[in-house]
Design a protein around this ligand. Structure first.
Ligand code: DAT
Ligand code: MG
Length: 140
């Protein structure tokens, strides 16, 4: 079952620019079912914990600051082959390299402020989903 789920966040840049509806529409049109969703704001401590794997990277500080700078929409999505298909839907990390029509190509501002998060593996999808949602907040 975990192979059919991924975790996403609509990041503060895209929320601030008014793109929540358009991005959710793209996600639904690509065949993903939303099984959990909330609008929230990460503290810098929580953002630091979520991105701890990037702690040694030069952009870690700016990433944590950005991800805690405003509200996000967090969601768990269900679809066959969810992790890989969602990475295809969102496009490359740097929107300059993202394929036309992908969410990052359409809505991301820069490599740092790149509109959406998508899990990179089934294991991380499960960890990231559990980081944001309790059992009574996940449906389906
Ligand atoms: P992705 O979000 O595509 O999985 P990642 O896991 O390599 O990319 O990096 C996590 C986030 O860190 C990414 O969405 C935006 C930020 N980031 C990555 N590379 C960056 C860079 N070179 N400069 C600034 N921010 C960067
Ligand atoms: Mg990543």
């Amino acid at each position: 079952m975990s192979g059919n789920r991924t975790f996403t966040m609509i990041k503060p840049d895209a929320v601030g620019a008014g793109h929540i509806g358009a991005i959710l529409n793209d996600i639904a049109a690509a065949g993903f079912k939303i099984v959990a969703m909330k609008m929230t704001q990460l503290t810098s401590a929580k953002a630091g914990e979520f991105y701890a794997v990037h702690k040694e990277r030069p952009f870690y500080g700016e990433l944590v600051e950005f991800m805690s700078s405003g509200p996000i929409v967090a969601a768990i999505l269900e679809k066959e082959n969810a992790v890989a298909d969602f990475r295809t839907l969102i496009g490359a990390t740097n929107p300059a390299d993202a394929a036309p029509g992908t969410i990052r190509a359409k809505y991301a501002k820069s490599v740092g402020e790149n509109a959406v998060h998508g899990s990179d593996s089934d294991d991380n999808a499960a960890i990231e989903g559990a980081f944001h949602f309790g059992g009574t907040e996940v449906f389906g």
